[in-house]
Design a protein around this ligand. Structure first.
Ligand code: SAH
Length: 209
């Protein structure tokens, strides 16, 4: 997976490649799709959600430019796979999920793997984690039409926010830097994510499985 899906497509951050070679992806997918754990695509998880394609996880993580000292806010814990990759590469991870079941499953997986630097929150991640702000890095693993205002406000000066923006059938993955309070965005790749549902996101009915 690391060689054919990541390196071959331009993921070259050594730390990202090492983390993705280390975290056992098969522990993050439901038993029914375990044989496909390393397939080159997203896979279904509980609550009608998905675990992202390995390449997209690599691309989003690389775009965060983590050196090991940062705190990262993740919106959309899902399976917890991206969370584990972040826990390998950052000092601290705060991850928010709206489905309590998914959050609990992810907590169990990360505890079993020995991660101690992750704080799990259940709730509407479009509102961010105000108690933890400002945050140096923010990653949103569900799609929105625009950056939720609370997340932009909670992003530290000089910080990076990675998020898929667009409409339900097609989005552009973007890395947005906050410099002098201004947004500078870079397009990473076209993609398709499940919706970000919440007060500053899509209405509930868009996410019904
Ligand atoms: N990184 C995850 C992706 C999970 S899919 C993985 O690879 O497993 C996106 C997740 O975002 C879903 O679990 C969905 O329930 C969650 N989500 C959607 N809207 C949210 C919100 N407002 N706050 C928190 N989580 C949300």
């Amino acid at each position: 997976m690391v060689r054919t899906q990541l390196q071959a497509r331009g993921i070259n951050d050594r730390r990202v490649l090492a983390a993705m070679g280390k975290v056992p992806r098969e522990l993050f997918v439901p038993p029914a799709v375990r044989a496909d754990a390393y397939a080159d695509r997203a896979l279904p998880i509980d609550c009608g959600q998905t675990i992202s394609q390995p390449y997209i996880v690599g691309l989003m993580t690389q775009a965060l430019e983590l050196t090991g000292s940062e705190t990262v806010l993740e919106v959309g814990t899902g399976s917890g796979y991206q969370t584990a990759i972040l826990a390998e590469l950052a000092a601290r991870v705060i991850t928010v999920e709206r489905h309590a079941l998914l959050s609990q499953q992810a907590q169990n997986r990360l505890a079993a793997l020995g991660y101690r630097n992750v704080k799990f929150l259940v709730g509407d991640g479009t509102l961010g984690a105000p108690d933890e702000a400002p945050t140096e890095r923010i990653i949103v693993t569900a799609m929105a039409q625009r950056v939720p205002q609370p997340l932009w406000e909670q992003l530290a000066e000089g910080g990076i926010l990675v998020i898929p923006l667009g409409m339900p059938d097609c989005q552009m993955l973007q890395a947005i830097r906050k410099i002098g309070g201004q947004a500078y965005s870079e397009d990473l790749c076209p993609c398709r994510f499940v919706p970000l549902v919440g007060a500053e996101g899509w209405p509930e009915d868009l996410s019904a499985p």
